[in-house]
Design a protein around this ligand. Sequence first.
Ligand code: ZN
Length: 273
Amino acid sequence: MSVKWPGGARVAVMWTFDFDAESVWLARDPDNADRLGVLSQGLYGAKRAVPKLLELLAETKMPATFFVPGWVAEHHTDRCKEIIYAGHEIGHHGYSHEWADPRRPDAECADFDRGSEVLDKFLNYKPRGYRPPAAEIGANTIKMLADRGFLYNSNMLDDVYPYRHRLPDGRVGPVELPTHWAIGDANYAMTSIRHPRTIQTNDHIFTIWKDEFDELCQWGGLFNLVLHPQVIGRPSRLALLRRFIEYTTRTDGVWHATGTAVAEAFAAQEEKG
Ligand code: ZN
């Protein structure tokens, strides 16, 4: 199957940013709370990267979806508001950014609901989409989203087209907006002393993104780029993103959209049958 996008586009492109700031480092190891150096890499996302990304998105007139943990909405409230004022979408990204334990569904729901409360209280925002922290879900996750009326989830790697989740009891779940580790930044450039990773050049990353994108234009589908301000917001990486945005704008038949717009377009097509 393929999906017919608005305006006859062949491919939908989503620019998504997991705005984790320090929360991703705190979730990896609570002792990092006292390691200011470790935390500073996350802080860069809030302090320097998001403003630069908002500039780039404004210059290129691109819509984006920022997945924000509740912890970040609490600690970097003004930055989150700037994202909303710029017209971008905010997605749910848990509260603590902890990896959900499938054996403890109640704990997963509690962290999720705390995230929803904080986004509402600090940003007056009710997200419609979810990207699970560390891109992992269990059976409880989809039920949790369905129970709360969420429009979409975005972490799965099993397709290049959106699809509909079904619960074991046959109930309709959220739309899935799939992605892949190859179309992101973390696996190429996110590194730390305790979790070292070889840092890749921009040409290497650009080539993989471009090759995936070019082929997907033949298939039709969804190009869901998963980025992190603390990674893609470094000076040279912003230049990489600018180069790639411009590449997609020079290609015919591309629809740039937020997660909600993509999920709604898919759902509308589903209704038509
Ligand atoms: Zn994250």
